[in-house]
Design a binder for this molecule. Structure first.
Ligand SMILES: C[S@@+](CC[C@H](N)C(=O)[O-])C[C@H]1O[C@@H](n2cnc3c(N)ncnc32)[C@H](O)[C@@H]1O
Length: 287
C-alpha cells in the first residue's frame, strides 16, 4: 500500500496524528472500563452480593441466591473457565449471574416453555403465562448485548441430542418441571452430559424430595462416587466422582448441611409433626 495514501485520506499529517491519538484514548478508556467492570464483578461474587440478581426476577429465595452465588464462586475459583447448564430458565433470573461472569464461557438454557406445567404441588398444574425464550433473551439483553455464549433449547431435556452439549457443563441447575418423574429424567440427562468433576444442583428440593431419594438410591446402586448436601434454602447439591468443591471452598463449606439418609428423610417429609416424632424417637433410642 502506498504509505502516502493514509496521509491523503486524512488530508494532513497533523490530522492523521490526531486520529491515531483519539483512537488510542478511546481504546484505553474502553479497556479501563472493561477492567473496572471485571474487578467489580470479582468483588461482588466473592462477597456473595445478591445485587448480581437485581436486573431480572428470579424465582428463588434470597437464601437460595446466596447459596447459588457461593457455588458459582467456588467453581470459578477452581478452574480457568466453566460451563453452565440450566433446565428451567423462565425469565432468565438464574442465568444472569453467569452471563455477567467473564469466567463462564458457555451457557445452555433448556426450557420446554409450557404455559401450564405439571407440578407435585397442585393437580391443575403451575401456570407460566407468556413464557418464551424470546422474552428471556430480551431480559438478558439488559445485562449484556452479547448473548453469543447462550444456546437455548425449547424442549424437554430428554429429547435433546447429547452431542449438542459440547463443551460439557461443570454446573447443572435443575429447576424445570417439579414432578418426581421429570426430576429423575432431568438428572439422568445432566449426568450424561456433565463434565468429569461437575456438580448438579436441584432447586425446590423440598418439593422434589421423593425424586431426589430415588436419584441418590440409584447412584449408590450403580456404585457412582458422590456426595450430597443441602444448601439454604431449598437446594440440594450433588458433587460427583473426585470433585471436592466443599473441601476447597470455605464459604460453601459454611453453608452446607448434610443430606440425611433416607430413613431420617421419611420424617422430614412429614413436616413439623414428623420432625417432632423423629426427635422423640431418637431420644428413646439414646436412653
Ligand atoms: C421455576 S421456573 C424456573 C425459574 C428460574 N430458574 C429462575 O430462577 O427464575 C420453571 C421453568 O421450567 C420450565 N419447564 C417446565 N417443564 C419443563 C420441562 N419438562 N423441561 C424443561 N423445562 C421445563 C417452565 O417453562 C419454566 O420456565
Amino acid at each position: 500500500m502506498n504509505p502516502f495514501y493514509l496521509f491523503k485520506k486524512f488530508n494532513t499529517y497533523k490530522s492523521f496524528r490526531k486520529q491515531i491519538y483519539l483512537f488510542i484514548v478511546v481504546l484505553y478508556r474502553k479497556l479501563k472500563t472493561m477492567n473496572k467492570k471485571k474487578r467489580n464483578f470479582d468483588i461482588m461474587i466473592s462477597t456473595l452480593n445478591r445485587d448480581l440478581f437485581a436486573k431480572i426476577v428470579s424465582q428463588t429465595h434470597r437464601f437460595d441466591k446466596t447459596s447459588l452465588l457461593a457455588l458459582q464462586n467456588a467453581i470459578r475459583n477452581s478452574m480457568e473457565y466453566y460451563v453452565y447448564l440450566e433446565i428451567g430458565s423462565h425469565l432468565g433470573g438464574s442465568i444472569q449471574t453467569h452471563l455477567l461472569d467473564p469466567k463462564c464461557k458457555k451457557i445452555y438454557s433448556i426450557d420446554k416453555r409450557l404455559k401450564i406445567q405439571p407440578d407435585n404441588r397442585c393437580q391443575k398444574g403451575y401456570k407460566y403465562p407468556k413464557n418464551s425464550t424470546k422474552r428471556m433473551l430480551n431480559n438478558l439483553k439488559q445485562i449484556s448485548i452479547n448473548l453469543n455464549k447462550i444456546t437455548c433449547f425449547d424442549d424437554d431435556a430428554s429429547n435433546i441430542d447429547i452431542s449438542k452439549i459440547d463443551p460439557k457443563p461443570d454446573i447443572c441447575l435443575i429447576d424445570g418441571e417439579h414432578t418426581t418423574k421429570a426430576v429423575i429424567s432431568d438428572f439422568n440427562f445432566c449426568l450424561s452430559v456433565l463434565n468429569d468433576n461437575g456438580v448438579i444442583i436441584f432447586h425446590d428440593s423440598h418439593i422434589l424430595r421423593s425424586g431426589i431419594n430415588v436419584i441418590l438410591h440409584n447412584l449408590k446402586k450403580k456404585n457412582i462416587v458422590f456426595r450430597a448436601y443441602n444448601l439454604p434454602r431449598n437446594l440440594i447439591l450433588i458433587e460427583l466422582r473426585n470433585n471436592c468443591i466443599f473441601k476447597k471452598d470455605k464459604k460453601l463449606k459454611i453453608l452446607k448441611i448434610p443430606v440425611f439418609n433416607e430413613w431420617v428423610r421419611q420424617f422430614e417429609d412429614k413436616g413439623v409433626i414428623g420432625l417432632l416424632a423423629l426427635i422423640y424417637f431418637l431420644r428413646i433410642r439414646s436412653l
